[in-house]
Design a protein around this ligand. Sequence first.
Ligand code: C2E
Ligand code: MG
Ligand code: MG
Ligand code: MG
Length: 287
Amino acid sequence: CADSAMYLAKELGRNNYQFFTSELMIRAQHRYALERNLRRALVEDEFLVYYQAKVNLLTQKIVGAEALIRWQMEDMNIVAPNEFIPFAEEIGLIVPIGRWVLTQAARHAQQWRQQYQFDFKISVNISPKQFQDPNLPSFIKDVLDETGLDPNALQLEITEGLLMVEADHLGGVFDAIKQLGVSISLDDFGTGFSSLSYLQRFPIDNLKIDRSFIREIPANQDSVVLTKAIIAMSNALGMSVTAEGVESLEQMDFLKEAGCQEMQGFYFSKPLSVEAFEALLQKNLHS
Ligand code: C2E
Ligand code: MG
Ligand code: MG
Ligand code: MG
């Protein structure tokens, strides 16, 4: 790639060549600054975990939450994960960041389970690089031991992209995680190069229907049909199914009708800070 960039730059002539290299340099400097900032963020505790409720469609009761990372530098606006997680994944910094999220999420979940005495479940996003870290299962075990969280209360959200890479050594990680009693959800289902054989090959407990399908309901007939099919397939295969990105009453009613058990989306609640989520939990438990 660098070679072809050079070639292209030379083709374009001397001035362009100069322009081209300085562009690349700026990009490299920007990446370096971002990496430095992310490393500092870990040390200085600049990350936050927000929680978005997962709700039982029939009872409208909160059954759990998804942990979603945020970044807040002093006196600055909150930065969304799409702005830094892909880069952290690229440079491997996702491993320590992901460990931090997992620890925080397990602590909060255990606190809420004890405080409110109910079977609250917590979901944590795990990127491909984290999942391929051979120390992940033992790290999870340490977190469960340290927090006292029931393994059944923890779910890992992985994406289809992970399952496409060399699958041989993945089996061992899946086995070790299942051994612990932790469950696995396939996030953004339907957007990757989904292959139904993954569902046979890997021990997946839950499918999360991607927001892009839910968003088009009921206007787009294809989305309606595909969503129904995913729900029917999950139920038939003994997996639970969660709809993400539910924004309207109409979508909620459709999902209920189609046999979906669980939803997550702005219609019920946006991702919230710890304090705001606790207030929502209390209100929901007493409603
Ligand atoms: P995701 O795991 O698919 O999370 C769902 C995203 O959809 C969240 O965005 C959430 O705020 C958003 N969302 C939920 N309901 C609605 C809705 O009704 N309407 C709309 N428009 N959006 C909705 P967020 O928090 O910005 O996270 C984006 C992505 O960043 C996540 O997608 C996940 O892939 C990644 N991510 C977040 N936290 C972590 C983390 O701790 N570790 C890793 N590895 N990735 C993370
Ligand atoms: Mg997720
Ligand atoms: Mg998702
Ligand atoms: Mg998504």
